[in-house]
Design a protein around this ligand. Structure first.
Ligand code: SIN
Length: 304
């Protein structure tokens, strides 16, 4: 049986396959490591890090919706220093490509976190400009091309690691935002983060989430994500990481055909912890059946 080359090159990172985990759905990998060897993944994107530890938003912080879920976690995390001291060394005991997702309350904070990560074994940084659940930081930067450009440019000046800019779908023109990330020096973009949404409990007549609004993820958002990935990959010469409701290998293949060089698996991890592994295997089998010698040949191979 012919062997398919699963490797992809993103922003100078040589990934062994195109499947990574989406930030916020995988913690720091410890729990999932009980299900499979994390070395099998293309990359692990860890829970979003801030400069100081955060307790996150008031509960309830998640609710299931038809074909998806809302979260308003609010960037709960132990802070970048704890990550560097306690979590990263454990991940790096193995051959795992670790990508740190970071959020700042202001541009200086993004830069400080980047500087702390610079001497570490983190392979790349994903700039979260798209968290819909905190007032400061995250989405406050991601909706405006000028601020996307500014924060990306400043962070790039603070280190040499590849920078992936994670984009929000809560915008009118995703290509304009992706272009700003590229012009700011971003090495790749990842999209989409969650769609701003809400649920109401009609008996209490209150919002279900403690934070009122949350981010919608899961299969419900996949067609939106696919459309945005297709638009960005078609318009800009920058590697795209596709995220949004990928449940199985068929979904992942759709993103690759639409132009994503890699995919990140998020909500599916909650439903099926083995989803990323099944997706890697499914992509390989599909490529073999379709006569692709390398996964990179599938990228953007959509017939129009
Ligand atoms: C959260 O922690 O609120 C989710 C992170 C994100 O959507 O970027």
């Amino acid at each position: 049986m012919s062997k398919v080359d699963l490797g992809v090159n993103i922003a100078g990172l040589k990934l062994k396959n195109p499947v990574m985990t989406a930030s916020g759905t995988f913690g720091f990998g410890e729990e999932y490591g009980e299900f499979y060897d994390l070395e099998r993944l293309g990359a692990v994107v860890v829970k979003g890090l801030t400069l100081k530890p955060r307790v996150g938003n008031p509960p309830p912080r998640t609710v299931e919706t038809p074909a998806g879920m809302l979260n308003s976690v609010g960037l709960q995390n132990p802070g970048v220093d704890y990550f560097l001291e306690k979590e990263l060394p454990r991940l790096l005991e193995k051959e795992i490509c670790v990508i740190a997702n970071i959020s700042g309350a202001n541009v200086d904070e993004y830069c400080t976190i980047m500087e702390r990560l610079e001497p570490s074994g983190v392979a790349a940084v994903e700039l979260n400009l798209s968290c819909p659940n905190v007032k400061e930081g995250g989405i406050a930067f991601g909706l405006n091309p000028n601020s996307v450009y500014d924060v990306t440019r400043r962070v790039k000046e603070c280190g040499d690691k590849p920078v992936i800019v994670k984009l929000s779908p809560n915008v009118t023109d995703i290509v304009e935002i992706a272009r700003a990330a590229k012009e700011g020096g971003g090495d790749a973009v990842s999209l989409i983060n969650t769609l701003l949404a809400m649920e109401i409990d009609i008996w209490s007549r209150k919002p279900v989430l403690g934070n009122v609004y949350g981010g919608l993820s899961g299969p419900a958002v996949k067609p939106v994500a696919l459309r945005m990935v297709h638009q960005v990959a078609g318009a800009l010469d920058i590697p795209v990481i596709g995220i949004g409701g990928i449940l199985d290998w068929q979904d992942a293949v759709q993103f690759l055909l639409a132009g994503a060089k890699a995919v990140a698996i998020g909500t599916a991890n909650f439903v099926n912890p083995l989803a990323p592994i099944e997706i890697i295997e499914g992509i390989e089998e599909y490529a073999r059946q379709q006569g692709f010698l390398a996964v990179e040949d599938m990228v953007g191979a959509l017939q129009q």
